[in-house]
Ligand binder design. Structure first.
Ligand code: NAD
Length: 492
């Protein structure tokens, strides 16, 4: 791993291009916005503020590619192009990692070991799937044959958040492009740079112009133009529940495009007194909320602890929180960086101030300035949190943990399920029956037992309730970007 000085030197040498990438070319817009880094407080690039005009151009280019070079490319060549793109991601790993670190503050040690290699692996997974997923020939009366195929839907609009800029884009692009669609991608305004660079690499990899367009800009303008566009066939979104609901509305008010939503969460982590190794459970519990500055949709932000082990377990979790190295994310020793921007830092600070009025700050709670940036929040643990408290119910999307005691299994399940969200949950117990019973009862898309936030590229990920209904990752994600097409043939 490079030293902090080496990463800083590499960062200083970057000259990110903030122009949009449409129809295989960089496009300048009449207005731009500065892309402020939470690491340095300085602008990394002037980023294109795309409006309806640019979104129209991007959709027209995507349509042309779908009807032409990309849509008609042989499956083997499509696979080759996506595999080449995965290779180029790895070949440009340092640059892509740095762009995400500078844009949103995650530690460089995570960006280089998780985000970038993970993105390449996911792309390879979907590239490999291209010639391994087949249609069906169902049973029919004699003299008939029905061929059922999954066909691409056409133009995909993908709108993604800033917490894993490259990876969230790849979660959408992998299955959408592998299925043969072309894509108009809108990264979050806080973190557009890795998506823009990725679109350049896609051209180098042999994807024809228009297969992948990247339009940048504000959600209410660029995102809404995508949501309302009459020639986008399917919209895939990851972001907040509030904005996810807008996309349902945009679709209803425009062309009834399919909408797939992966939204927020307030995931519970249930720790029962019969847990075999409390020390290990505490290490996982801390990681489950503090990793990526707590800016994780499935962060286990509610820690439900059986009352008989409450004090002991809380102490163990706090001792883990104390080990976190909060600092400049370009330092490879850093395990927690700044939050994405001043707005988010103010928002998280507001939640902490509100929480302090109704619960106890057992650890952290302060905002810090490091290397000139005022976007750092200490890992924060609240105890004596009532289930009615705002910090126990709303998604904070920051390093803030609420510890909530329970007395019985039934009470733990009730508290865990009493949420508008249903993305993920974790359960710690050494009782096999309880593990199954509680997992069955939890309303969450993923339940992790004796671990937290388990994830695999071949395993579906997504939520229930207001956490959305789309599934990312795994072969199931291909279903979002394809439609079932049946051809009946009658013969003599
Ligand atoms: P956000 O909803 O504010 O923004 C997400 C995207 O939507 C951005 O590209 C943004 O520009 C765009 N957008 C914002 N307002 C819009 C509007 N009015 N119309 C159209 N587009 C608009 O979310 P965020 O702050 O970028 O990310 C944090 C959220 O993402 C959290 O709620 C988190 O839980 C969620 N998230 C969910 C998952 C998942 O898989 N379920 C994964 C990561 C993040």
């Amino acid at each position: 791993m490079k030293s902090k000085a080496e990463w800083e030197a590499l960062a200083a040498g970057l000259k990110p291009d903030g122009r949009a990438l449409i129809d295989g070319k960089r496009i300048a817009t009449s207005t731009t916005s500065p892309d402020i880094s939470p690491v340095t407080g300085k602008s990394l690039a002037d980023v294109a503020a795309c409006g309806e005009k640019e979104v129209d151009l991007a959709v027209a280019s995507a349509r042309k590619a779908f009807d032409g070079d990309w849509g008609n490319m042989s499956p083997g060549n499509r696979k080759g192009a996506l595999q080449k793109l995965a290779e180029l991601i790895l070949a440009n790993a340092d640059e892509l990692a740095l762009l995400d670190v500078l844009d949103m503050g995650k530690p460089i040690s995570d960006a280089t070991t998780i985000d970038v290699p993970g993105s390449a692996a996911i792309l390879n997974f979907y590239a490999e799937a291209i010639d391994k997923v087949s249609g069906e020939i169902p049973t029919t009366d004699s003299g008939n044959v029905a061929l059922v195929r999954r066909v691409p839907l056409g133009v995909v609009g993908a709108v993604v958040p800033w917490n894993y800029p490259l990876e969230m884009a790849i979660w959408k692009l992998g299955p959408a492009l592998a299925a043969g669609n072309s894509v108009v991608l809108k990264p979050a305004e806080q973190s557009p740079l890795s998506s823009l660079r990725l679109a350049e690499l896609a051209i180098e990899a042999g994807l024809p112009a228009g297969a992948l367009n990247v339009v940048t800009g504000q959600g209410e303008v660029t995102g809404a133009a995508i949501g309302r566009h009459p020639d986008i066939d399917v919209l895939t979104f990851t972001g907040s529940t509030e904005v996810g609901k807008y996309f349902l509305k945009y679709s209803g008010e425009s062309n009834m495009k399919q909408v797939w939503l992966e939204c927020g969460g307030k995931s519970p982590n249930l720790v029962f007194a019969d847990t075999e190794n409390l020390q290990e459970a505490a290490e996982f519990a801390a990681r489950a909320i503090f990793f990526n500055q707590g800016e994780v949709c499935s962060a286990n932000s509610r820690l439900l602890v059986e009352r008989s082990i409450l004090d002991e377990f809380t102490k163990l979790v706090i001792s883990q929180a104390k080990k976190i190295k909060l600092g400049n994310p370009l330092d490879p020793e850093t395990t927690m960086g700044p939050l994405v921007d001043l707005n988010q830092t103010n928002r998280v600070e507001g939640f902490i101030a509100g929480g302090a009025k109704v619960a106890t700050i057992a650890h952290g709670g302060n905002r810090l300035t490091i290397d000139g940036s005022n976007c750092y929040i200490e890992p924060t643990v609240f105890t004596a949190v009532d289930t009615s408290a705002q910090i126990a119910n709303e998604e904070i999307f920051g390093p803030v943990l609420s510890v909530i005691p329970f007395d019985t299994e039934a009470e733990a399940i009730k508290i865990a399920n009493d949420s508008i969200y249903g993305l993920a949950a974790s359960v710690w117990t050494s009782n096999l029956s309880r593990a199954h019973r509680v997992s069955d009862a939890l309303h969450a898309g993923t339940v992790s037992v004796n671990t937290v936030d388990a994830l695999g590229l071949n395993i579906p990920f997504g939520g229930f309730k207001q956490s959305g209904f789309g599934r990312d990752l795994s072969l199931h994600a291909l279903e979002k970007f394809t439609g079932l097409k049946t051809t009946w043939i009658r013969y003599e």
